[in-house]
Design a protein around this ligand. Structure first.
Ligand code: ADP
Ligand code: MG
Ligand code: ZN
Length: 483
């Protein structure tokens, strides 16, 4: 039954901009200040207080628009979106309605079957409301620190066909805005908020079904779960003879259900009209050009490049580009390698994905705040690739790199850790071990082949882990299997 239906999803994503001050006043956007401290007559909505547009907000809007292939409107205006809410002191939100600053863009998402293009209908500027706090005691408290903070709303075309695609789309948006440095990408703290519009239709039909809009999706898991849930609910309702009503729903993350919040509001409910207190926004060709030149390489393009340029597996490339400064760190290490081979690149990737990322997540810091010089990892990998040290030794000296301020080469020299690759020496060690363990040699020859590992470990133990394991294995093989 489910297979007869196809889901149609469009997302509205709000991102909170990382500007220092609010959209229309000079109050700080600093997080964690005492309630209502970051306010002034403008963002408190006092009568007669006049808004002034923060130029950075426009800069960031153009930046995102260009990064997602949008057209940038040379002249756009603000509108008032009127509604009542306790945390909206003016009784309206300044937004853009008919002529959003950016429109007609798209971004690529990654799916198992390849890339897919999701259209972006529009990106517009608006201001945030304050916050109602319901859980302190019997009263509801209002904090207006967030009132007037700048947001961009990104509206997608209804091109998304499943919960997984919605997840990937949101993931791309998050990575892009973080790469652009315009939003911190934190879903849990509300810097990125997502509403999902969902409908279903019979496969093979063109006409869209009636949609519902689900709000309150404050984590990637909730986005996926809520959409999945709502698709199934709609299919079951239709199949049992019911009809979908265009409701605004809330996702209840504790019981994993969508619940009806209100019937869907229509644009005319908001009594949109042009904001009389602000002039329009003009964007010159020159300004766009400046921003275009500053655009960084975007995450998906960088991932492709990592795969092609360094021969990395897709999985590695995805992890390394996920956070921009980790990708930068990787490139910095690679540029300092003496041996520029795919084997070395893969080793660098392994070190970053294991040891380095473990430390970063323990300390909750980005790679840009990691103090270990990129040279040290490059040197460590060079020592490994040239078989100067074993991977066991490399793992042992890694923590010392963090505490001693000494380079891998210095540590290896100082502690005599260089790998023993001298065949004559290893051969004599192997012979000693075998003669000291003649009983086990008998057993091995009688068929207990798993004793091989025991002999290897004995030789390594003798040399404190410094014998080259490959050579040890070769010589042991020769000694045990030939006589
Ligand atoms: P509203 O302001 O009423 O929420 P919008 O025009 O902003 O309406 O559209 C909201 C979102 O709904 C867009 O992302 C759009 O792609 C999506 N959408 C429109 N129609 C449908 C539909 N039938 N099914 C699913 N999503 C839809
Ligand atoms: Mg909407
Ligand atoms: Zn203010």
């Amino acid at each position: 039954m489910k297979n007869d239906y196809e889901a149609v999803v469009g997302l509205e994503v709000h991102i909170q901009l990382l500007t220092n001050t609010k959209a229309f006043c000079s109050c700080t956007t600093k997080f964690g200040t005492s309630p209502n401290m970051n306010t002034c007559p403008v963002c408190l909505g006092h009568p007669g207080a006049l808004p002034t547009l923060n130029k950075s907000v426009v800069d960031y809007a153009i930046t995102l628009g260009l990064a997602t292939g949008c057209e940038i409107r040379p002249f756009s205006i603000f509108s008032r979106k009127n509604y009542f809410y306790p945390d909206l002191p003016k009784g309206y939100q300044i937004s853009q309605y008919e002529d959003p600053i950016c429109y007609d863009g798209a971004l690529e998402i990654e799916l198992a079957e390849g890339q897919k293009r999701i259209g972006i209908t529009r990106i517009h500027i608006e201001e945030d409301a304050g916050k109602s706090i319901h859980d302190v005691d019997i009263d509801t408290l209002v904090d207006l620190n967030r009132s007037g903070v700048a947001l961009l709303e990104i509206v997608s075309e209804p091109d998304i066909r499943s919960a997984q695609e919605a997840y990937q789309y949101l993931m791309q948006i998050r990575q892009i805005v973080m790469y652009l440095g315009i939003c911190d990408g934190n879903l849990e703290e509300g810097s990125l908020r997502c509403d999902a519009n969902i409908s279903v239709r019979k496969r093979g039909t063109e006409k869209f079904g009636t949609r519902t809009e689900v709000k309150n999706l404050n984590s990637f898991r909730n986005v996926e779960r809520a959409i999945e849930y709502e698709i199934n609910r709609q299919i079951e309702l239709i199949e049992s003879g019911g009809t979908i009503v265009q409701h605004t729903m809330l996702w209840d993350a504790t019981v994993h259900e969508t619940k009806v919040m209100r019937t869907k509001e229509k644009a005319h409910d908001y009594r949109y009209f042009p904001e009389p207190d602000l002039v329009g926004v003009s964007v010159s060709e020159e300004w766009m050009q400046q921003i275009r030149q500053r655009l960084p390489e975007l995450p998906l393009a960088r991932k492709q490049r990592f795969i092609e340029q360094f021969g990395l597996p897709k999985y590695d490339a995805g992890i390394l580009v996920d956070e921009q400064s980790l990708g930068d760190y990787f490139e910095s290490v690679v540029s300092k390698l003496s041996g520029k081979t795919e084997e070395s690149y893969k080793l660098v990737s392994n070190w970053l994905m294991t040891e380095v990322m473990r430390i970063l997540s323990e300390r909750k810091i980005p790679a840009s705040e990691f103090e270990l010089p990129a040279e040290f990892i490059a040197e460590l990998v060079d020592l490994l690739v040239t078989n100067t040290i074993s991977s066991k030794i490399a793992k042992e000296i890694f923590p010392q790199l963090l505490t001693s301020n000494k380079s891998p080469i210095e540590l290896v020299k100082e502690q005599g850790l260089a790998q023993i690759s001298d065949e004559k020496l290893i051969e004599s060690l192997v012979k000693d071990i075998l003669s000291q363990n003649s009983e086990n040699v008998e057993k091995y020859k009688a068929g207990k082949s798993n004793l091989f590992g025991f002999f290897v470990s004995q030789v390594l133990k003798q040399t404190e882990g410094k014998a080259n394991p490959k050579i040890v294995t070769e010589i042991l093989n020769r000694e045990l299997n030939n006589n």
